[in-house]
Write a protein that binds this ligand. Structure first.
Ligand code: FE2
Length: 101
């Protein structure tokens, strides 16, 4: 499963992203898994974001959650100006059940 690969790729980094959370997000995404803004992109954002967070003493759990949510509600790989807002609303709907922050 591609969501297992996401977790394997990032197994060297302590993560707040559970298998259930990533499975839930991937399942509802309407983009093809290998799209430009799909899970491989989320994994790169996760890895690079964690590196930058460590260098800047940022809250790593915020960076990790951003990585997996920021494109979760995209309608397409082109112009979707509302995807950030929709993704934030989606994240808020799962807060307290699939993750805590
Ligand atoms: Fe993105």
């Amino acid at each position: 499963m591609i969501n297992d690969k996401f977790l394997e790729k990032n197994s060297d980094v302590p993560s707040v992203i559970s298998k259930t959370l990533i499975q839930t997000i991937v399942k509802q995404s309407i983009l093809p898994q290998h799209s430009v803004h799909g899970i491989s992109h989320w994994a790169r954002v996760f890895k690079n974001g964690c590196t930058l967070a460590r260098l800047n003493n940022a809250k790593i759990e915020v960076v990790q959650l951003f990585a997996v949510f920021h494109d979760a509600k995209r309608d397409n790989d082109d112009k979707d100006f509302e995807h950030g807002q929709h993704s934030a609303e989606y994240a808020a709907s799962l807060r307290g059940t699939l993750f805590n922050l």
